[in-house]
Design a protein around this ligand. Structure first.
Ligand code: 13P
Ligand code: SF4
Length: 302
């Protein structure tokens, strides 16, 4: 029996579902029950009936799924798959900002460790950040950890005052204007679609800015036939699957999140065989972080 068949068989035996982010390797996306962006996956995680969730993504994703589903077993195929940006904010700084501004909302990008969510007022993803920040009654917004997404949201929500943090995604932040110019020269008829984790000079060059699902939906529904993709390489799988008649070029060969690529088929199989690595979140952290995540689900679904 091949590895995919073994995974599917074991999945049934364990009453498990497989959730996968668009950045994991193609063959893992292929065997997943649900594939999506961070917002979709956190929403889906709350409605799952199976006992076990195998989360093919990085740790903040599995951690959020566990916080939202404390009674389920959440398994990470690779326990070291982590998002560097998730650690790029500090609780001490949050406390200082709260002392400085009495009317501040701490808005926490879901790409963050649970400890940061505990000290925040609401979570957001790149798919709902503008909508949620607009819906908050607060004038002052401390947006953590991503400075690039924060600047993008600030450019769209003009009537609020933003306090910026200095976190960033090492992959998206590293994309340069020169790389984009080179790709645009090479593919002059292509539209440039980009993730808001890129720096503002890159966003200015885009035809569309959005989350991974936003990029996929835009490319699938618009008239254009050729695209330069300014996010992680893994989205190409869904883009090409949905649009066999369209052409997609990755903006740069450096757009690879090596942590997402740690989630291989072999590790998915082993995780189901051994029921590890199980995500654990202590009650205190869970109760604190649950509030920010649930508020996101509530405001994001309105
Ligand atoms: P999305 O929420 O757009 O899927 O992005 C997640 C992510 O990690 C981007 O780098
Ligand atoms: Fe984190 Fe960047 Fe990887 Fe997304 S692409 S998981 S933000 S390191």
């Amino acid at each position: 029996m091949d590895i995919k068949a073994k995974i599917l068989e074991l999945k049934k035996e364990r009453n498990a579902v497989i959730l996968a982010h668009y950045y994991v390797p193609d063959e893992v996306q292929e065997i997943a029950d649900y594939i999506g962006d961070s917002f979709y996956l956190s929403k889906i995680a709350t409605g799952i009936e199976a006992d076990t969730i195998v989360f093919c993504g990085v740790s903040f994703m599995g951690e959020s799924a566990k916080i939202l589903n404390p009674n389920k077993v959440v398994i990470m195929p690779d326990e070291t798959a982590d998002c560097a940006m998730a650690h790029m904010a500090a609780v001490d700084k949050i406390k200082k900002v709260r002392e400085q501004y009495d009317d501040v909302a701490v808005v926490c990008y879901i790409n963050s460790v649970a400890e940061l969510k505990v000290h925040s007022d609401v979570c957001v993803t790149s798919a709902n950040a503008i909508k949620i920040v607009e819906a908050l009654p607060n004038k002052n917004i401390y947006f953590i950890p991503d400075v690039n997404l924060a600047r993008y949201v600030a450019s769209k929500v003009k009537d609020k005052h933003f306090i910026f943090n200095d976190g960033f995604c090492p992959i998206h932040h590293a994309l340069t204007k020169e790389e984009v110019e080179k790709a645009k020269k090479q593919y002059p008829n292509a539209e440039f679609l980009v993730h808001p984790e890129c720096q503002s000079d890159i966003l200015e060059m885009a035809d569309y800015i959005g989350s991974t699902s936003g990029i996929i939906d835009y490319a699938s529904s618009c008239e254009a036939k050729e695209f330069i993709i300014g996010t992680e390489q893994g989205v190409l799988y869904e883009l090409r699957k949905k649009n066999p008649d369209k052409v997609f070029h990755l903006v740069s060969d450096n757009m690879i999140c090596h942590d997402m690529k740690k989630v291989t088929l072999e590790k998915v199989l082993s995780s189901l065989e051994n029921m590890n690595y199980q995500m654990e979140v202590n009650d205190e952290v869970r109760n604190g972080a649950n509030h920010s995540l649930n508020r996101m689900l509530e405001l994001g679904s309105k």
